[in-house]
Ligand binder design. Structure first.
Ligand SMILES: *Cc1c(COP(=O)(O)O)cnc(C)c1O
Length: 378
């Protein structure tokens, strides 16, 4: 940032290390930390580095492009990615030692061809659909896919390192049914002559709730960032520390008389004389415009103050009321952070927006500077 940063997502790497360490203790197996979508908005390289320091054995992304960006950023350890377009080119994956989640035979053949062209063994983990009805080979495809994978494995062209699937989180019974399917897939792969080193089914929710679903590895995203995947449990209740503090600053302060209209459409009119603070964050920065009129608030000088008027692309307004005399331009505004430190929890926004914490953090825009902060917070 050449010009001073007025929009900052401060990332406590200590919190990420703590959260990953907590998951390690909980499972005792291999921990794969998912850093897709710019590390759930936290900055992919910051998140990956902190996760590895916290004991992650592997990091993972959805797209190969994201995985390659991590390599370019200097992340040296194992990286897995699993969502591929029909025209994907796996040559860079082979060159950069990115492990490929393979969902169908066409992907496997492409990976094998890339390996042979490079004169190098590629590494694959087979992705199977056990009931989510999304990415992954469905049961009718397993036999052909596993037969070919075992052949390539024996030939040293594609090393089949693992097999994995993803849960629908549709309740304990559904989870158990998916696990039974997953067990069948593992058994079939073994029958074909491949005993996979890594087997993984659980993402954050099952990692916390269902020890019987841990297999040899877990694949966690949101808990690494210190947020709860469970509607009825807070971060603190789960022993997690939210890693992101989203903050900005006051760039204008204005005393206004009663009856003053605020922002586009004047859908907020000040009932009494008050003071308005302008904060340079908007919907382009991940602050949902639909928060308008919802009762959302921010923390200024340690006090909760309401967001008033419509949220613009770049800015919003806070009624700072009685705080006015204590405030100056440049003072900090915290949009959300760790509630244990007195900041609004991201779950407040998620609740007002009828969405999940995941969507709010993953939507933080590119103008927001991700700033790694080391020692604090944990
Ligand atoms: C995003 C994702 C995860 C991580 O999910 P969390 O709920 O954040 O732990 C794990 N596996 C797959 C396949 C994913 O797409």
């Amino acid at each position: 940032m050449r010009t001073g940063s007025m929009r900052v997502a401060e990332i406590s790497t200590a919190a990420i290390r703590h959260n990953v360490g907590h998951i390690r203790e909980l499972t005792g197996g291999v921990v794969i930390v998912v850093v897709k979508a710019n590390g759930y908005g936290h900055g992919a390289a910051i998140a990956a580095q902190a996760a590895i320091e916290g004991g992650a054995d592997m990091v993972a992304t959805a797209d190969l492009e994201e995985a390659l960006a991590l390599r370019e950023a200097g992340i040296a350890g194992p990286i897995l990615c699993w969502l591929h377009g029909a025209r994907v080119d796996f040559a860079p994956a082979v060159a950069e030692d990115i492990e490929i989640g393979v969902s169908n035979l066409a992907q496997l053949e492409k990976l094998a061809a890339a390996a042979q062209r490079a004169g190098k063994t590629a590494v694959a983990q087979l992705k199977v659909d056990t009931g989510l009805s999304r990415n992954g080979a469905c049961r009718s495809e397993w036999d052909v896919l596993f037969t070919r994978a075992a052949e390539l494995h024996r030939a040293g062209i594609v090393h089949v390192r693992g097999i994995f699937s993803h849960l629908a989180n549709a309740g304990d019974q559904g989870d158990r049914a998916q696990a039974a399917e997953f067990d069948a897939a593992i058994a079939l792969l073994q029958e074909k002559g491949v005993d996979p080193e890594l087997t993984h089914l659980a993402a954050s929710a099952a990692t916390l709730k269902s020890p019987h679903l841990h297999y040899s590895a877990v694949r966690v995203g949101v808990v690494a960032y210190g947020l709860s995947p469970l509607a009825d449990k807070t971060s603190a209740q789960l022993g997690l520390i939210p890693a992101m503090t989203l903050r900005s600053e006051i760039v204008a302060l204005r005393g206004v008389p009663a009856g003053t209209g605020v922002s586009y459409g004047f859908n907020h009119v000040c009932e009494t004389a008050t003071t308005l603070a302008l904060v340079p964050m908007g919907y382009a920065d991940g602050m949902p415009r639909a928060l308008n009129g919802s009762g959302a608030w921010v923390s200024i000088a340690g006090e909760p103050r309401p967001i008033v008027g419509r949220i613009g692309m770049d800015q919003f307004i806070v009624d700072v009321g009685p705080l006015a005399g204590r405030l100056s331009l440049g003072d900090e505004v915290v949009l959300f952070g760790d509630p244990e430190r007195g900041f609004p929890a991201v779950e407040i926004w998620a609740g007002l927006m009828r969405t999940i914490n995941y969507e709010i953090i993953a939507s933080i825009g590119p103008r927001v500077l991700r700033l790694a902060a080391g020692a604090d917070a944990a």
